[in-house]
Ligand binder design. Structure first.
Ligand code: SAM
Length: 212
């Protein structure tokens, strides 16, 4: 896992120095050449914190319009579609979206290549997992506002830290202030969970449910 993260961080460093801080995602997927082992977040399974949340909250409702932001290789989107939601899922990386379509040829998910900062619409439920934390810190405020604008209801699953903790290296954990920024866009926190990840001990996670 550390080697995978090292490659991702090295590509990110190169793209940052070229003034193209989001370009490393496409580069990484492209270099992976369909090898899941190269992608640090390619678990080939639904995120367990999402699945547990869906079970507990009985969400999304069948027929709900759901948006998956930064969908990566599509496992979360497919899971939500299998629960009966109408799912749109987008990612900045054309290669990632091509890979999703190849993996799930019978899928009902509407996969799109798009940048969160340009995406528009309003969805019953938006699912954001590990994307905000992977975007550059100087884009974070804009990215959080963009997620809020898309959401009637929102679940965020991310790394967490206190405001007083240093951001460390990529991925940069979100802070409570990042989450509270969503409230200024008309969303209210339904539940804010802050826990040590039982599947990845030592990693602090936030799982936050918000509603307009
Ligand atoms: C750390 S990965 C997480 C992927 C997936 N959500 C998961 O949990 O497996 C972040 C994903 O967000 C995508 N991404 C990063 N910035 C984005 C942006 N501005 N708009 C859309 N997708 C973006 C990347 O290409 C990558 O697939």
């Amino acid at each position: 896992m550390d080697e995978k993260r090292d490659l991702a961080r090295e590509l990110a460093r190169q793209h940052y120095s070229q003034g193209d801080p989001l370009g490393w995602f496409e580069d990484l997927y492209n270099q992976a050449n369909r090898d899941f082992e190269t992608i640090p977040w390619a678990d080939r399974a639904v995120n367990p914190h999402l699945a547990a949340w869906c079970d507990r909250e009985s969400l999304p409702r069948p027929g709900a319009r759901v948006l998956v932001v930064g969908c990566g290789l599509g496992d979360d989107a497919e899971y939500l579609a299998a629960r009966g939601a109408h799912v749109t899922a987008f990612d900045l990386s054309e290669t990632a979206i091509g890979w999703c379509r190849e993996r799930f040829p019978e899928s009902t998910v509407d996969y799109q290549v798009a940048n969160l900062l340009d995406f528009t619409g309003r969805y019953d439920l938006v699912v954001e997992i590990y994307t905000l934390q992977a975007m550059p810190l100087d884009m974070r405020a804009r990215a959080i506002d963009a997620v809020a604008e898309l959401s009637n209801e929102l679940v965020i699953i991310c790394r967490g830290r206190d405001e007083s903790d240093p951001p460390g290296q990529l991925p940069w954990p979100l802070t409570p202030a990042d989450i509270h920024q969503l409230e200024s866009k008309g969303l209210a926190i339904v539940r804010f969970e802050d826990f040590d990840d039982p599947f990845d001990p030592g990693k602090r996670r936030f799982r936050v449910h918000l509603r307009r």
